[in-house]
Design a protein around this ligand. Structure first.
Ligand SMILES: OC[C@@H]1[C@@H](O)[C@H](O)[C@@H](O)c2nc(CNc3ccccc3)cn21
Length: 449
């Protein structure tokens, strides 16, 4: 007898996107370029030479996209603000047209009963700030807080869920250590500095929100990938611990505990600086929720040559893998959520991203797109969330990644995560079967699982 699954009353069902991945029009109406403008137009950085110049053309098709959200029955929509659209130089003069775009979007969402969940920074740093050192300049904490104040001032009368950053680990690891993401640096001494300044900026934005009398929810969004040792040998167990400290604990420990995990020094070695104590007073501002982005796990083997964690993920022979090479492992989501709850005092949690890129068949007759692997992925992971809820984790909501097929960063348009298919040649949108499945899930508060 399968148990009838019930999610808590008021559990919030949504979908997520980010500005640079869907908006297009990166320089329209006075917007200033982000670091992605230069990065995508540098040959070799993005598969097939794809760019965010048009993407999903959401900057112009936003009304149609809100209609799609309504068709799916979304209760919430998580999106990010393009910092440079609002502050073309990253600081100083406000671009009213940019602010108006987000103002109109928020109003239209609310008019359709959809809760806006705003992320202030999803990787698209204004180029003008990068030219002043960007995340390597300690002043960026103040620059980010000033930008946050502009957004709070404009939208906090209607936006009740704010996230400061999306995935500081990816910004530091991809943008400053491995160079796979903008701004494309490859420097092991820069990565911890960028990472630390991202956390300082988070704290400064939370502090600014509290100081202006903000009464709504503000939090941070982190990607968490549970790390399992390949064997129970001390070498593999320690390798998994290093990988865990680097990707996972390095972010939530400072925010909740006011310190880095001890193991991080073993990861970075000589590249790890000493930090001023007052930085942690700033970083550990109390927050109202944690957004968890979960996609996969990794099984790690000790490997002295794998910088910086000296651990190599091993492919699992009997597992299903997505188009991005990530193992489908829903149990890892339950383990992740219980780890966060137990380590940080059971804070309110949202899944702010969860989804998969699979090869989708072309649009069939009648406009159907059959994506059974994605439906199965969602079913498995929502059951895993329910297991965490049963274990006492304070789960508040779930946002699928992503509403639309979009620009998957260095992968270009080759990896499709959307509930909605986008024909990038025509900009035609088509709901996939997974969108119809998600609509039933939402309408039944998860009972159809
Ligand atoms: O890759 C899918 C999404 C991406 O489109 C989002 O913008 C971003 O927030 C996001 N984060 C992850 C999880 N972590 C990750 C791991 C390695 C490289 C890049 C992201 C997946 N995704």
């Amino acid at each position: 007898m399968t148990q009838t699954i019930r999610f808590p009353d008021g559990f919030l069902w949504g979908a997520s996107t980010s500005a640079y991945q869907i908006e297009g029009s990166p320089l329209a109406d006075g917007a200033g370029p982000s670091i992605w403008q230069r990065f995508v137009h540098t040959p070799g950085n993005i598969r097939d030479g794809d760019t965010g110049d048009i993407a999903c053309d959401h900057y112009r098709r936003w009304e149609q996209d809100v209609e799609l959200m309504k068709q799916i029955g979304l209760q919430a929509y998580r999106f990010s603000i393009n910092w440079g659209r609002v502050l073309p130089q990253g600081r100083g003069a406000v671009n009213q047209a940019g602010l108006d775009f987000y103002d109109r979007l928020v109003d239209r969402l609310l008019a359709n009963g959809i809760k806006p969940m705003v992320t202030l920074f999803h990787w698209d740093l204004p180029e003008a700030l990068d030219n002043q050192g960007g995340w390597l300049n300690r002043d960026i904490a103040d620059w980010f807080a000033d930008y946050a104040r502009v957004m709070y001032g404009k939208l906090d009368d209607r936006v009740t869920s704010w996230a400061t950053l999306n995935e500081p680990w990816v910004v530091a690891d991809g943008g400053y250590l491995h160079g796979t993401l903008a701004p494309g640096h490859r420097n092991r001494f820069e990565a911890p500095i960028a990472s630390h300044n991202l956390l300082r900026a988070h704290g400064a934005a939370v502090k600014a929100y509290r100081e202006m009398g903000g009464k709504h929810d503000i939090g941070i969004v982190v990607n968490i990938e549970p790390k399992y040792p390949a064997t129970n040998s001390p070498a593999d167990v320690d390798a998994a611990a290093r990988a865990h400290a680097y990707m996972n604990a390095q972010y939530l420990d400072p925010v909740f505990l006011g310190r880095y995990p001890e193991k991080i020094k073993d990861v970075y070695g000589e590249a790890w600086p000493e930090w001023p104590a007052e930085d942690f007073e700033l970083i550990k501002q109390p927050i109202d929720f944690v957004g968890v982005n979960y996609y996969t796990r990794s099984v790690n083997k000790d490997d002295a040559l794998a910088y910086p964690v000296r651990a190599t993920p091993l492919r699992q022979t009997s597992a299903t893998y997505t188009e991005t090479g990530w193992e489908v492992y829903a149990r890892g989501l339950t383990d992740t959520l219980t780890w966060v709850a137990q380590r940080y005092g059971n804070p309110p949690l949202y899944i702010t991203e969860n989804g998969a890129a699979f090869f989708d068949p072309p649009v069939a007759e009648g406009g159907r797109i059959n994506d059974p692997l994605r439906v199965d992925y969602y079913q498995k992971h929502l059951r895993a969330i329910h297991d965490a809820i049963e274990a006492g984790v304070d789960m508040r909501g779930y946002c699928a990644w992503s509403l639309l097929d979009n620009l998957e960063w260095a992968h270009g348009f080759s990896k499709r995560f959307g509930l909605v298919h986008v024909n990038f040649a025509t900009q035609e949108r088509t709901l996939k079967d997974s969108a119809y499945y998600y609509r039933e899930l939402i309408a039944s508060n998860g009972k159809v699982l």
